[in-house]
Write a protein that binds this ligand. Sequence first.
Ligand code: ADP
Length: 987
Amino acid sequence: MIQKKFLCKDLKAAEDAIPQIKSILSEKEHKSALITFYEVGFSFEEVEGIVKQMRDCGFPELLIAGISLTVIAELMPEGTGMLINLILTDEADIEVVTLPCIPGEEDKAAARLKERLDAHSHVRAVELFGSNMSLNTTRFMERAMEGHEDAPLFGTSTIRNLPTKLSVEEGEQVVELEQMGQDFEDNQLAYGDRLLRDGFVAVIFAGKKLKVLANYALGWSPIGRRFTPELGAHPARGETVVKGFNGRPAVDVYKDYLGVYPDSYLISNICEFPFIVDRAGISICLIPIDCTPDGSLYFMMTVRPGEKLRFSFASHDEVLDASLRSLHSMERFQPEALFLTLCGNRINFLKEDAHMEWDGFRTIGPDHALMHGACELFYHKGRGGILNSAHLAIGLREKDDVNMAEYNHPDIEDLRHGRTMPLSDRMSAFLRKITSELQDMAAEARDANNAKSAFLSHMSHEIRTPINAILGMDEMILRESSETDILDYAEDIRSAGNNLLGIVNDVLDFSKIEAGKMSIIPVEYELSSVINDLYNVVWLRARNKGLAVNLDIDPSIPSVLFGDETRLKQVITNLLTNAVKYTEKGKVTLCIKPLAKRGGADRDILLNTCQDGQCPEDTIRLKVSVKDTGIGIRPEDMEKLSEEYQRVEEKRNRTIEGTGLGLNITRELLELMGSRLFVESVYGEGSEFGFEIVQGVLRDEPVGELNGRFRKADHGKYRVRFTAEDARILVVDDTSVNLDVIRNLLKKTRINVDTAASGEEALGLVRANSYDVIFLDHLMPHMDGPETLRRMKELKDNLSAGAPVISLTANAVSGARDEYMKAGFVDYLTKPVNSKKLEDMLFNYIPPEKIRTLSDNDDKNLEETAMLPAWLRECEGIDAAEGLRNCSTEEAYQIVLESFYEVIGENAEEIENYYERGDWENYTIKVHGLKSSAKTIGALDLSEQAAALEKAGLEADEEVIRSNTEKLLADYRALLEKLSPITRISG
Ligand code: ADP
């Protein structure tokens, strides 16, 4: 392989090169012959003319490719000219692929290039010329090189279609592109088999014996904090628009850190401090090409959602060091052809030392092609993209044996001695040292903070175990105790325990986020199911405060989505519970609307949050917001909201429980999901908290009208039709509130309800218990409903093998029934669960012998007693309906109860005394009194016992009296405890 270059200052010099090219072509045997040219300042016609002469020079195998507006450093300061680079190979194949392409069709062009690459068996390198920076070049490169990542792609683009305000500093001389006029812009092209104003030209180098070395040198390194860019949609020019950092216009960051204002000198004032982004282990520098009046910055390079930007800086030495290191490795490689692509920013930065960036390379490849265009294109082993401030060296070689020759190359150390070093170098050395000291200090602080987070997270874990034990035990009390006082206490323990658990979970989440251990796990989920769970979490709290919960869910949103359901629910729950907490009257509204855009750049946002890099092609952007009519937030407090552990208006809110962690977690979770919290609030009127989020679309069918469904399924009142004390059912749902709801709905049926939070747990329970009916939630993590059902059927020791299994689903779309039947369910019940439907279903599936249908009378009893306090209605041993009937009105019943209650102690003692003395006469009178007073209050069993003893007393049947009095007294005295709430009412 040989390489020969011709540096031509003008058209004439270029024409003069042609005979020389001819003679080389005829003298040297070759497999392939290629001319690449890099020109600046020629018109289309001039370029066409030269190329025609090359084509007509009598060597049909000669391939030609080229690009314009690459400033040819070696021709400076003339500013116009052409570098003609001739390559002849011994064995390697070369192919030039011309790919016209307009914005939006990059994928098609990439597919065409990939097809050509696939046709070669040993692709070693690709040189790429792009024209029109409105094209999505990064996407093109990534798609085209799929499967050929081992071959480096390198090259450059024209500046065509970039904002012409741009100024490029060349050494001491400033070239204002604007001044060169529209012609300049119009004469930009890439050249393949024809002139291309829009598209790509690729040169493929392929050959079994061809070897390649690709070096990317930078020299800039990151400094200072990480900024989270707020990205706009893919711009029409360049690849990225950064609208802001931290809610402020992006350009302000230059004011803050460099004292630079967005005037026409912006770019030249900041180019020593490019932004830098770390992607897949390599650093990519970014310098904006334009700044709009609203302070947005435009970049040619790509910034992916979720990527952080930092400032970077470098000293002369470091920049040179990087390219010299590349030189040294290139020396060992000994290329036969060498390409250098380097950024004007380096030349600008190194000024009089800039020549050292290529001088050394001349010693190993005197005829190397050196260019710099609008940017450096580089993609290798799945990394790279559009680069800036970069130095690329690509060497090709066909011969095998390499004799290491001795080269005399400049050493960077030489530069450091025996001269007055530039102030900027000394400043940057100073800055670097201070930065590293600060970094050490920050690292120490971070270590301490990490230790704190680890401690917190450890503690919360440890605390959760005993809390769960306490709650579990408490649950047993709630199920098994019949004593009202105990039940009241247990209820208090449950509520405080759940509260504590919530706080501990928040602390755990927070420390996980701090430690960077929180990850987003997107899954398939049903929107209606999420709404159901959210509604269930919030409606009771809201109702207890007399607040309405409104849903405003757009019916056109697709029903099955892809995203982190758990975290999404957590975020919205936080907002909803806050809204309820900080609202005294009025309503809380959850609103979810689709935003017009679908797919496109949004998909990248979603993709970026998925760890395994898989997500559906179709995406939707939703606007989720929670509005309340609460206390609102004062403008001066708004800023405080984003600080950790901060609560605003502490004094006013002192009675509202909270830790100030909720919004922080919300904010961090949203950031992990590529979103951001917004807050709008009018003090005294209410607040709106919300965010926009991108989710995948798995089923396009709209969710339909949800709002009405929840209104109808208000969990408030219902009439129980039957009881089934001996029936036992299992309900499986991964959301615990849903379990609570069903348990509460069934309380009056006295059905024994077991619950499980996962399919795994359910499998354990069916081995241990025989259930009459099983409800299985459809979508659960790890093991979904159908899967759990399948596994249940496979279990050999399933005690509930015969139990009908009903699917619980939020998916109410038509045709669902057939689907569930096919999966082996006997029926399905939609969420939100309607109490009547639930009861009807249980009535049908619980074995009839276990069901006691309540007569109209029973039913009426329940209706009538509705006004009585719950403890009395549920008080064991008292038939409250009977009592109420006997006393006619609640008030009368209350009075009778009170007087009954007051004399229990005294009366019981009297009965006991007469009994012990054997005074049957008085004994009989007393039990006679008890018989009727007990009947009046509805203590029917006690009344019957007293009646039997009265009879025995009359008959002086001592045996009956002796064997039954103790029980009578015990039951009578037990009422002292059971009726004790009566004192609270009257007192
Ligand atoms: P907390 O646990 O204190 O509620 P958060 O982080 O959830 O903590 O909220 C922080 C503070 O923001 C609250 O203390 C409260 O002052 C304010 N805040 C949150 N939501 C609302 C709302 N809907 N209306 C008014 N103030 C709110």
